[in-house]
Design a protein around this ligand. Sequence first.
Ligand SMILES: Nc1ncnc2c1ncn2[C@@H]1O[C@H](COP(=O)(O)OP(=O)(O)OP(=O)(O)O)[C@@H](O)[C@H]1O
Length: 583
Amino acid sequence: MKEKNKLFAYFKPYWGLALLAPLLMIGEVIMDLIQPQLMSQIIDQGVLGLANNHIPDFNIILNTGFKMILYVIIGGFLGVMCAVTANLCAQNFCNDLRKDAFKSIMSLSLEQSEQFTCGSLITRVTNDITQIQNLANTLMRGLSRTLVMFIGGIVCMFLLDVKFGLVITAALPLVFVIVIVVIKKVGPLFSILQKKLDRVNNIIQESIAGLRVVKAYVREDYEKERFAAANNDMVDTQLNVLLIFSILSPLMNIILNCVVVAVIKVGGLEVQAGLASPGNIVAAITYVSQILNGILRLVMIFQTMTRGVASIHRVEEVLTCEPIITDGQAQCDLNAGGIEFKHVSFAYPNSREMVLHDLNLCIQPGETLGILGATGSGKSSLVNLIPRFYDVNEGEVLVDGINVKDYPLDKLRGKVAIALQKSELFTTSIKENIAWGNPEASDEEIIQAAAAAQAFEFIENTPDGFETMVTEQGMSLSGGQKQRLAISRAILKNAPILILDDATSALDLKTEANLYQALNKHYNRMTKIIIAQRITSVQGADRIALIENGTLAACDTHEKLLKENQLYQDIYNSQLKGGTFCE
Ligand SMILES: Nc1ncnc2c1ncn2[C@@H]1O[C@H](COP(=O)(O)OP(=O)(O)OP(=O)(O)O)[C@@H](O)[C@H]1O
């Protein structure tokens, strides 16, 4: 585990701003606290003329009035400066946090990102960090304002008249009991709310990413209902929170009015006794309202704080999540591309069922190995172990004679280029999509890779050639075109090991044959692993590995397997009869 509470470290560069903002806020609140005193002076000295035989003094009204306006202006200026400073601090701090959270997500092992789920990770980097930003802002502005207003208001009331101070102090226990009950009720609801938001985001993400399938199966209504159910569930929790909060405001108003009545009653007696003035009563009423409104705001602040703290935990989970698959220290200068699976058994971390069982297979540098097997037999799982997308449970995988666990990950993954059946393309130009596999590649190398992948011709026929923009997830391209771009990218990486994991499934037989011919001609030193469903895709390979229920059923040349292996003969015959095969 990385250091806990590391979030505070993000504040460090901005501690000056974080300190200045509450100071400015204190200044603004002091200006607010002076106002009732000045108002008291206007009433007592200016209007009632208590110090001048009950003769009103308009000069005092005018001068004190100007002072009040001046303090309001100063308070407003300090408030604006406080808002600017707090926002600068919170924005910058959360900007750093968001970048690091994203960096952390990028370094997660696949099983960890699967555990978090995609929707939850998106919510953590977006909504949760916004909640933390709100929290930072609230702590610097709202909390400091409320605390200073609360303490300052009570002090001012005691200074006006000790009995006023005692009245408000007597009301506080009841106020705090109400606040604590509300906080206890609402607190746990916020964690639940974030989880429900995760679910809503997951559905949005799945439905939008799979929009074509949704439309093809006319499942819009189903998706709408699924979304509506999750959304309603979230809204219900939100409503519960709001309901609890909505009870608070009238309760506070009742207490406020009771305290005001008590202040007037006590104040009346004090005026009769000559111990206080009418202006003092007005000032005290204003302080009561400032204090109780402050406490009401405290509950809202608590709302932000609870949400923020729940979000801090969620973001910290991402920040402190160490990748399970970590670097080894081995140095390996060999770049031949030899691979060996030694007694490999493997189960996915989220499942107890073994997918591969005691599998042994040696692939020579430069060899082309076809892998054939029924769906779900474990073909992809096998090749996923080479770049360590997952680690084996038993046995070992060697690349160029070294256990993959001993490699620094970037060195190991630098040796492997992989193209998948579902080609991941980015919203950028065709050229950048290909060069993504090797950003330093020259234009000629990009063209050569595209030509080998049989993509050059169709790219040239697009409106802007290599500069044509690929729309989101490659929607503007056919399945076969996307696969060819993904293969171009893998070829361009020029790694010693090239894995095509069912990456030619959308290509017609002629294009596929041309691709393999080009690979053999121009990239013959690469070790190639070709996973396919069709025998035609692998029959030209040096050897073909037959995977059956996670075990290696056979591994030999096409000719030998055809002669000696019943399973291979069955596949061959079924594809021949099904009309898939043509020589
Ligand atoms: N991320 C995963 N988590 C848990 N189980 C998985 C995961 N990926 C695959 N499996 C399971 O592992 C088994 C082997 O899957 P794998 O993808 O290796 O098969 P495959 O031979 O490549 O199939 P296909 O030809 O359909 O792509 C299947 O039973 C599958 O359900």
